[in-house]
Design a binder for this molecule. Structure first.
Ligand code: WAQ
Ligand code: MG
Length: 277
């Protein structure tokens, strides 16, 4: 990628959280308890967002992120942190994964569908069970869990926080083309576009085999399984409406260098520039 790409590019990140007082999360209140991200600080994750943008877009992006933070279905945050940083490294060019849709599911067979898709990628049954526990579990994290695809061992260093994929963006022409394509399918939303870029960055990381994702928004019931080989496979009705659970799991090769994977996902700037692998 040429250096004009680096000119005036910034990473913008937002995270919104709320401190849940002990009465609210007290005994017998399973719902509040389930929302607490970090039991020690009582901090509950409300929402987060991140992207790479040109300087001229930052004003608009910050306003949008702030609106998103304070109008979130998970509740009103009492802390919103927005970070703007100029990129010091030229982004890598990546490709977007192709998008496909699974047919509607009943709650009964949705776990079977997840399992089959992940087994196809070579993830073991044990690893899948552990992954399913994370994304359907009561505790929601700000980032993703990392699970070794064979042994099923969970390996990310900060269990409560997880690994937060950051430093990712999409070329403007590609975004226009993608919007047109998604519009035809009736799914041209920020949620889909952001998830697709994230999944594409994760899939571009050497050592990552597949990803499983369920939104933690109570109203958003579509999730996905993604991999470089299988693409981005949307799964409707992956969770019940109203549920606050959700999360992401990255399944990695058993012998992969976890530190390198985390550094790439969190720190290496990438821009999606073409549609498919
Ligand atoms: N890096 C790592 N994990 C993340 C990140 C990130 N940047 N953002 C969110 N997560 C984790 C975190 O545990 C959240 O609780 C969980 O994922 C869900 O995040 O095709 O909206 O932002 O229709 O609620 C997928 C389907 C939507 C889109 C995903 O996720 C489609 C979504 P949310
Ligand atoms: Mg969310």
């Amino acid at each position: 990628m040429n250096d004009k790409f680096l000119h005036d590019l910034y990473s913008v990140r937002m995270r919104a959280s709320k401190t849940v007082r002990s009465q609210e999360s007290g005994v017998g209140s399973q719902e509040s308890e389930s929302k607490i991200q970090n039991p020690k600080s009582g901090e509950m994750h409300i929402s987060g967002a991140e992207g790479i943008y040109e300087l001229s877009d930052i004003d608009r992006v910050i306003k949008g992120y702030y609106q998103r933070a304070i109008n979130h279905p998970r509740g009103l945050p009492d802390r919103v942190v927005i970070t703007v940083e100029k990129l010091i490294q030229t982004p890598d060019a990546i490709k977007l994964l192709p998008v496909t849709n699974m047919k509607c599911n009943t709650q009964d067979n949705v776990r079977k569908i997840i399992k089959n898709l992940l087994i196809k990628e070579g993830v073991s049954e044990q690893a899948i069970q552990h992954g399913i526990k994370v994304v359907y579990g009561k505790k929601t994290m700000r980032g993703a869990a990392i699970i070794m695809a064979e042994s099923g061992v969970r390996i990310e260093p900060h269990r409560n926080r997880g690994v937060r994929v950051s430093m990712l963006g999409m070329d403007k022409d590609l975004e226009k083309a993608l919007s047109r394509k998604l519009s035809k399918a009736g799914i041209n939303t920020t949620t889909v576009k952001e998830a697709l870029v994230l999944a594409s960055k994760v899939a571009s990381c050497r050592g990552v085999i597949a990803e499983l994702c369920i939104s933690d928004d109570p109203d958003y019931t579509t999730g996905y399984v993604a991999s470089r080989a299988g693409g981005y496979i949307r799964i409707p009705d992956i969770k019940q409406k109203g549920s606050l659970s959700g999360g992401r799991v990255f399944f990695i090769k058993e012998k992969a260098d976890v530190r390198r994977i985390i550094d790439y996902l969190e720190e290496m700037p990438v821009i999606a520039v073409t549609r498919f692998y």
